[in-house]
Ligand binder design. Sequence first.
Ligand SMILES: *Cc1c(COP(=O)(O)O)cnc(C)c1O
Length: 412
Amino acid sequence: MKIDTIAKASDKKTSQHYDFATRAIHSSYDPADEQGSLNPPIYMTSTFVGQSAEHVGDMFAGESDGHFYSRISNPTLDLLERRVADLEGAEASLATASGMGAISATLWSLVSPGDEIIVDMTLYGCTFAFMRHGLAKFGVKIKHVDMTQPHLLRAAFSQDTKIVYFETPANPNMRVIDIAAITQIAAEFDAISIVDNTYGSPYLCRPIEHGADLVIHSATKYMSGHGDVVGGLVSGTADTIQNIRLFGLKDMTGAAMSPMTAMLLMRGIKTLPLRMDRHCESAMQVAHWLDNQDQTSAIYYPGLTTSAFHHVAARQMSGFGGMIAFELNGGKPAALKFINALNLIHCAVSLGDAETLIQHPATMTHAAYSAEERVQFGISDDLIRISVGLESVSDIIADLSQAFDNINIAHK
Ligand SMILES: *Cc1c(COP(=O)(O)O)cnc(C)c1O
């Protein structure tokens, strides 16, 4: 089955080099292909009827184009995948049931026992657990390197290193990794570089333009943007994506996205540029405001010129995103008290939604790390993570302000 070679009249849409915001709405779809329907149909079907027994056999053998079973491909997902590939600047994309579905399908497809994956110090909690507790159980070696120092990566390579994997900005502590510097070193050693671009979104950052081989998303977050779906995406060369589709997705995880989810995701992506502009603008204001409070002891936001990551972020991103991490005087007890004192802002994991969400990584998203691992990898027990939403920023700041006023946190 050769999905990448299915030629449609709608391909003319991608060849016209429209701007990002236009492609986020139109890419790869022509209503004329679907009876004039402004929105693409949702192909709610598990299987596909072949023209003949030989035709279905040929599709299984990869000798004929077309869809034959929705765990492998589906026209609604195909459209989403073409659109995402266009936005990421990739040859092809694959949609999966979740971000973890994309990460696990990708890595199961690319590593064998004895191979080594070099990862940054900070990883999303379940990615950390999948690698350290999952892949490691099957003989894959995981080595952590501080990738904010590219020379340390060069020194860390071994003959077994197969993959270099990092998040930027990293969840939860907002470390920003120089994508061009790291992917160039990975290429010198013939390693595959994989970037988790969940925090940036392709609107703010396109890692493939900076040399990455594969880009992964939890589409649950900014890509969907409305907190109503769980989904994942991986983008890269057509060959690699096809390998991940036909092995990691089809056989190893079965983590297929539902056509309904694909439709909701495409609806979310239409407003990605608008939403990201607002997230960036509001987060910048919230970060400055937090920075000026006597009760905060540290703010991690690359948009602040005082951030150690400001310059590298400005170089590879067109905005600094909507995520902020910060610490309060009084550590973890103060952090939990503060979260409980908020009214408008909800305590919830996930991010990138219209609603401002706040959470405590050490006990929530990063609870898969042991206490010692959190110390080793710089995820402090004091850290609070906030996903700045699309509400009026004055209401967001007013809620943070009343929480500071209503609990007794030590001043600087
Ligand atoms: C949420 C998240 C994931 C996992 O995605 P799911 O859709 O929850 O499976 C992976 N990476 C990052 C950076 C995330 O924030």
